[in-house]
Design a protein around this ligand. Structure first.
Ligand SMILES: Cc1cc2nc3c(=O)[nH]c(=O)nc-3n(C[C@H](O)[C@H](O)[C@H](O)COP(=O)(O)OP(=O)(O)OC[C@H]3O[C@@H](n4cnc5c(N)ncnc54)[C@H](O)[C@@H]3O)c2cc1C
Length: 419
């Protein structure tokens, strides 16, 4: 049987903000591009669309509006879109194999952009595979894409900004949150908001999530973690106890929660499957969230023609992913001989200005609130992205002086000292 392989200039795997801007930028410069994503439409993790049969809200949130803007841009760009297609194979050269509702498809192009986002990290505990225990990411999919609650009464545990986002989403959806159990200390969660790197406005959203939880009387257990989850006749019983800054159990009183669901997650790690299968060089980078492909400033990996963008190149949040997708696709177009160097540089500089704006906004926030260790950490992370390592080091050291338990600042500092 002869198999037909459709050819393009560029293939993009992943339809989150990074993949969307990568594909639309290629189209804007006349390249033939195909975008493949396993979901029903584009949007990725953060801008996950509702199924078409669900009624649309007359008052869309800012997140829904941002997702619609990106989806419209992609739909009108002329990019070939393969939704509900799961990529199961990538081969050098490049060939991409995917399977969708009508069977298998094979696509090829001399340039491949991996925009596959993140995977969730869950640290196991006794009972973590009990039915009713799900990941925080799974809970956001239920809440966002299906408008469903994980249960009537849920314990939300782990670390990172998703914790507060999921708990607030459950309360807003009419569910009960038995408690939020955070490995971090009270001040640390702010420092963990990756999106703040590029969107300090999310600070306000974080504050709103917290006030939703406060208004609902949800108990917050800082520096605590789940010890065990057991099945009972009426649902689940979760045992929660105190931990040290590294998450190891420490002596102290434990408490039990009777719930019917537990959602748990311990942060996000870059999804590097594509670049690993293609044997690009990788390194472990604490600041970026784990194993990432080594890249130059324009997303080029050690495999010629292969680029990584967005959270797959290092967790930095949705706005940074959108910006990164555009910058990296300009490099791909330039390498293809489709874009003149001066035009590519001019566009990249324009996009770089967005990062500069984030740095300015964080700086302003710090002038107003100099003891904000979380914002100082984020300012340090932006400075690292801009290449100002010495200045970043000063900011991170100051953040640690203000809050010695601030893990993201400590990890970032260790990483830049090691490089
Ligand atoms: C559950 C969750 C909630 C989040 N909430 C927020 C938030 O509120 N605000 C914020 O700033 N950031 C949030 N983040 C982080 C944010 O999602 C990312 O920073 C942003 O979406 C990164 O964009 P991206 O384009 O790099 O990847 P993603 O948006 O993750 O997109 C990657 C896409 O690739 C697809 N894909 C991966 N592998 C394959 C394959 N083999 N075949 C087909 N398709 C594939 C995925 O389904 C996904 O659609 C959240 C992350 C998670 C996991």
């Amino acid at each position: 049987m002869t198999e037909s392989v459709r050819s393009f200039d560029v293939l993009v795997i992943g339809g989150g903000p990074a993949g969307i801007t990568a594909a639309t930028t290629v189209r804007r410069h006349g390249g033939r591009v195909a975008l493949i994503d396993e979901n029903v439409d584009a949007g990725g993790q953060v801008y996950r669309p509702l199924p078409a049969s669900f009624p649309r809200s007359s008052k869309p949130t800012s997140e829904q509006r941002a997702g619609d803007r990106l989806r419209d841009a992609l739909a009108s760009s002329g990019a070939d879109r393969f939704f509900e297609h799961k990529v199961w194979g990538v081969a050098p050269g490049f060939r991409v194999d995917a399977v969708g509702p009508h069977g298998a498809v094979a696509l090829s192009a001399p340039r491949l952009i991996a925009a596959t986002g993140t995977s969730e990290r869950v640290i196991p505990f006794p009972g973590w595979t009990t039915p009713g225990v799900i990941g925080l990411a799974a809970a956001t999919i239920l809440l966002k894409a299906q408008r469903m609650l994980p249960g009537r009464s849920t314990l939300v545990a782990g670390c990172g900004p998703l914790l507060i986002a999921v708990a607030a989403g459950i309360v807003k959806g009419g569910g009960r949150v038995a408690a939020v159990v955070d490995v971090a200390s009270r001040g640390e969660w702010l420092g963990r908001l990756p999106a703040l790197v590029s969107r300090p406005d999310l600070l306000a959203r974080g504050a709103r999530w917290m006030s939703t939880l406060r208004a609902a009387g949800v108990p917050m257990l800082w520096r605590h973690a789940i010890r065990e989850v057991r099945e009972t006749a009426s649902g689940l019983e979760a045992v929660v106890g105190p931990v040290d800054p590294d998450g190891a159990p420490r002596r102290g009183e434990t408490c039990n929660f009777a719930v019917d669901s537990v959602t748990v997650g311990n942060g996000l790690t870059p999804a590097s499957d594509v670049s690993r299968v293609l044997r690009a060089k990788h390194r472990y980078d604490l600041v970026k969230g784990g194993w990432v492909a080594e890249t130059d400033g324009s997303g080029r990996t050690s495999v010629p023609g292969l680029y990584v963008v967005g959270d797959g190149a290092g967790i930095a949040g949705a706005a940074a992913a959108e910006h990164h997708g555009a910058v990296v696709s300009l490099a791909a177009l330039h390498d293809l001989g489709r874009l003149d160097m001066t035009v590519a540089r001019r566009e990249a500089e324009r996009l770089g200005a967005k990062l500069d704006r984030a740095a300015r906004e964080l700086k302003l926030l710090l002038d107003y609130d100099p003891e904000n260790a979380g914002a100082r950490t984020n300012y340090g992370l932006v400075l690292i992205q801009q290449g100002h390592r010495a200045e970043a080091r000063g900011q991170l050291e100051e953040a640690l002086r203000l809050d010695p338990g601030l893990t993201p600042a400590r990890e970032a500092l260790t990483a830049i000292r090691d490089q």
